[in-house]
Design a protein around this ligand. Sequence first.
Ligand SMILES: [Zn+2]
Ligand SMILES: [Zn+2]
Length: 336
Amino acid sequence: MERESEQKEHQLRKSDDADGLHLQPPSNSLWCSPAGHNLEFAHKMRVLDQAEQGWVDDEIATAAMKMLKSQYDLGGLRPTALFYGQTRAPSEERRQQLFWLRNLWQAADFKPERRQAQILYTGSLHWVLVSNYHQFEEELVYVYDSRDEPAPDFLINKVAAVYRFKSPKFRMSWPLVDQQRNNKDCGIYASAFLVALCNKTDPATVLLDDSKKLREHLVRCCEEGAFAVDDLFPTRSASTNKDWSAFSMSAHLLWQRFKKVRHRVALPDREIRIICECRMPPGKGRKDRNVMCQESKCDIKRFHESCIYNFDREFYERIERKHWVCPTCRSMFKRE
Ligand SMILES: [Zn+2]
Ligand SMILES: [Zn+2]
């Protein structure tokens, strides 16, 4: 092991950074600590697209959110690792990840707020920003997705875990936002959309500059420990004449919209039903059953069996499933 780290020390590489050629420290050393969140030099390499194929990881996404959380009064913005879940994991592992999401609400420091924004890993190599700011309905979550993908089940479950709406259902909607032009910028775009949101700019109106400029901007902000107020990620129209840029922007948006309509890739809204104390979508299949509370006046009605095992195991195992009444109803209606 020592050998390895020694070798790393010696792998000082030359790079053409903004200020010319200079030696870089080993990748596992501390790079900076924006809002108290330590990032290693390897993260800088990632952000600059010089390592790990330029993918933004949990640490970078979390650091971006922490910086904004310390600057703006925004709900949510929790560490992304809380909402971990991989679509391609083996099925048993996936089930455990799903149960983790369902149990999240019981963690002491996890209290959902009315309005929240959150960068989320979709579960399949992609980052998106979700938010219920900027609309009248609280139970409508916008997914700012720079690659307009049909939402994997994991993302839907993660969104439910973030918001824990009391209502029996909520809606997810995909505004037409600027699309990344490669397969690795999603985390950068999600951060840029979030910075726009913090500055009260509709992320759907932002047209981002090329990848390199966005990445350098993120590096600078991390090193400064903050996103300067009003200093959005560089946009495509920033350098052109103002009147022209306004025109080209709306022309571009129209063109994007037209392309989407023409290619039929616009994603329809999704209505997500939620059940149980955990306020998550119903389980699927034999190994993830849903159980009805037999009290007709029950507010919740349907529960995940996996959750019942957490909060009512003893009683549930004593009684037949078709006679089960949830603890709240048992105490309220005094049924024996
Ligand atoms: Zn549940
Ligand atoms: Zn009940």
